[in-house]
Every structure is written in structure tokens, then in C-alpha cells.
Design a protein around this ligand. Sequence first.
Ligand SMILES: [Zn+2]
Length: 335
Amino acid sequence: MADGEDNKKMADTESVSQHRDISWPVVLYSVHIHIGALFGIYYIFTEAKLLTTLFSLLLTLLAVLGATAGAHRLWAHRSYTANSTLRVILMLCQTLVLQGSIYDWVLDHRLHHKYFGTDLDPYNNKKGVLHAHFTTNLKKKHPEYARLAATIDMTDMQEDRIVIFQKRYYWLLAAVVGVLLPWNAPVEYWGEHILNSLILTCLLRSTIALHWAFLINSGIYIWGIPAGDKSYANSNLIFILTKSYWPQYHYLLPWDYQTGEYGNYGEGCTSTFIRIWAAMGWATGLRTMDTESIRNALITATDTKKPVIECLRDAENYSKTYNEKEMYLQPKLPL
Ligand SMILES: [Zn+2]
């Protein structure tokens, strides 16, 4: 009976969750930065100084690092622990994306994981790649959002002073760190034209970084198993295929720090940076799982009929010990 009521409640929520109004200020902002970004590409080849282009590229890379190593792997999934210095750096990098505060992004992303593939998921990939990647960001939150958000545990985020500081002063930080400082530097230090600097260091940089950040939620379209292909989905084989089907692996074991946002595993800039920070002592408790542990978990699941996810959780303890022994600066950790 209780189940029936829950299901009805869920169905009601699902039916209304499809109607979200367009947020016209966000649409206008989006149109402007995209037009600006197109001008930026044109200016790179015509008017802008090379140093300004390189500076904008550096800012874009830092912004993407803030989104992947910071908001996604550190804060949303707790795949490692960072000291205060690293958290401040990552918070400032994430501010460069101009995508809203880390706190709000993590809440959205945890909601995305919890309701993955349903209408309750704000980035529901079943509605098409355009929705998951872009148009969902142009819509207002659904009235049910607050109720759903209340079901997400955000205690760890509320206890992180750096996250709360950024949330409280987000607009000030976005204006100063995200716009004024990057805009000013090329003008002041190498005599760039004020308009060129605005277009490259702010509009172009933010547009590219935003799309990279959007891919964290929509990447399953590009790197996941194609929709309708049942040969691998929901199969234990997924773990044995050397973790190559990234999105499916990520949505089952989201706390693996080696899971790249863009289809890779164990390599790429973000994983490399996390290992460097670990070697420096800034990052600790890197969580990952070796193939041996996964294989053992699958065997246990088959033998005992326990849910696979429970067996994986048990195996995680073994895996943690195993990985503590690894040298983080190896080119690539063994799978
Ligand atoms: Zn995730």
C-alpha cells in the first residue's frame, strides 16, 4: 500500500516535472556570450595579441580544472580529500566558469546521479542530447525542485567553509575573479585593446568552459553506450571491460577519482593533476578501484546473490588499501 502511494506520488512528480518555463534572462545572457565567443574566435586571427589568446587559453584550462577536479571529483563525489590551499585554488578556478556556485552545482549533480535517466533528472539524457547538454540550462527550476533537493545529503558541503564562502559571496567573486581581473590583465600588462580583452578573456573563455562543464552531465551521449544497445548496459561485463565505457562505470561507482569526465580513465589532465597534488601532500585519500577488486566483487555477487553494488562497496575497502601503496606519479596506475 505504502509502495503504491509512493509510486503514485513519484508518477505525479514525473508528469509535472516535464514542464519547466524558459528563463529569459538566462537565454539572453546565453545568446550574448555565444555571439561574443564567435567574435572572439574571429579576433584571435585578426586583432588580438598572441599573449591575450594564450592567457585566455590558460584561464579556460583553469576553469575546466575547477569544474572537473573541483566541483565534480572533489566536491560532488568526494573521490579524494583536499587541504585548504588546494580547495581555495579549485574554488577560484571553478569561479572562472561563471556557472554558479559550487554548492548549487553539486546539488544539481547529485540530483542528476540520484534520478539518472528519469524525468526527475534535470539532465535527463532520454530527452535528447540538446536537452541534456544545453537547453535544460536555459530553463527555470521546476517547482518540485526544492522538495527533491531536500532529499539530497549536502551536510559535507555545509561544513566546508570554502564552499559556503563562495556561495555567500558568489556574485562578488564572479565579478572580480571571473570578469574584472581577467579583463584587466591584458589591458594593463601588455597593452591589449579593452574590447579584445573583454571578448577573449571573458566571453570566449566562459563560453568554452561552460560547454566543457555541461559535458560532465551530457557526456554519456558521446562516450557512453549508444541508447538502445542492450548488449552491455546493466551487465556485469561493464566492469571487466577495463572501465572503458566511462559513463556507465561513473554512474555505478561515481567516487572513483580516475574516472575522466570526457571518456577517458586513469589518464588526462585532471587525473594527472590530482596525482601531482597527492604527491605534494595537498590531496589525500584518493579513492579508486582496481580491476582485481571489481572481479572479486562480481564473483562474490554471483556466488552469494548479493546485489553487485553491495559487493563493490565491500571490495572498496580492499581497494583503498591497495591504492594507498601506489606511487601517484607513475604515468598511469595499473587497471
Ligand atoms: Zn558525476
